[in-house]
Design a protein around this ligand. Structure first.
Ligand code: SF4
Ligand code: SF4
Length: 260
């Protein structure tokens, strides 16, 4: 949000872009973001932009669902980057096969999910081989747009197939300390789903800023006072407090590494 505030302050970048638009140098003013859903919503609500690019895929959709819906409701274009979760989905086909319909792969299910999502205008799919272009085109052919039902089905499958993972439903956004519980639990899925080691999770803690699951949230996992409000709301009945303690250890180890 600091970048946003800087851009829109009087005499700032946004005013310059408005001038460029007046002069016909650009057609549209849009923004791209890795922010959590609530912050994206804030920028969209300012009505200063005509489009947004953000990471949206079958795994993290719940985390940004409301911002995509809000953008769509405002008539703002939504460009989805990372539709395959940065390669996570193709490299974990077996673990994620429960996402797929019969006869398709998890990768195909993820592409189909984004292409069919009513609130996503464009999906940016990276290609390494010409066959992947054919695959995406074949999935798009004859596809019908779907609403939130598709995601509900995905969540149901997450719940049925992987009881110990966070479905990013967001019901635990009740923390009196302001801890971003859904963001942290989504991050913890990396350990639960893909059996990452502690060392790998500590490495990933550096990446937290990048993934923005917790970025700009001044309170951290260590600030949990164990009031259990989030656990009482959790639709998956996850041991959130224990997981936050584990994450706090990773965060502390990550901070130590940065200081060294
Ligand atoms: S248990 Fe911790 S994370 Fe959960 S609501 Fe209470 S303070 Fe927040
Ligand atoms: S309520 Fe549970 S499953 Fe839903 S986002 Fe929170 S931690 Fe994840």
């Amino acid at each position: 949000m600091d970048h946003y505030e800087l851009a829109v302050k009087p005499g700032g970048q946004y005013e310059g872009l408005l001038k460029c638009k007046e002069e016909g140098l650009i057609d549209h003013i849009v923004f791209s973001s890795h922010q959590p859903g609530d912050q994206v919503e804030k920028v969209i609500a300012s009505k200063k932009f005509e489009g947004v690019t953000m990471g949206l895929n079958i795994l993290n959709y719940g985390y940004r669902k409301e911002s995509a819906e809000q953008a769509s409701a405002h008539g703002i274009g939504v460009v989805a980057m990372n539709p395959l979760s940065g390669g996570t989905i193709p490299s974990h086909e077996e673990a994620l096969k429960f996402l797929a319909e019969e006869g398709e792969t998890a990768t195909e299910a993820a592409i189909r999910f984004n292409l069919a999502c009513r609130d996503i205008t464009i999906t940016l799919i990276g290609f390494n081989h010409v066959e992947e272009i054919d695959q995406a085109c074949a999935l798009a052919d004859g596809l019908e747009l779907s609403d939130g039902d598709a995601y509900k089905r995905v969540q149901q499958r997450f719940g049925d197939s992987m009881k110990s993972i966070c479905t990013s439903c967001g019901y635990c956004r009740v923390c009196p300390k302001g801890i971003n519980v859904p963001g942290y639990m989504l991050f913890y899925n990396e350990k639960e789903m893909f059996k990452k080691t502690d060392a790998e999770m500590i490495e990933m803690v550096y990446g937290l800023e990048y993934w923005n699951y917790t970025q700009n949230h001044k309170v951290k996992s260590r600030d949990c006072i164990e009031c259990k409000r989030c656990e009482n709301e959790c639709t998956q009945h996850l041991p959130i407090i224990e997981r936050l303690k584990e994450i706090a250890r990773w965060e502390a180890a990550g901070e130590d590494k940065v200081q060294v």
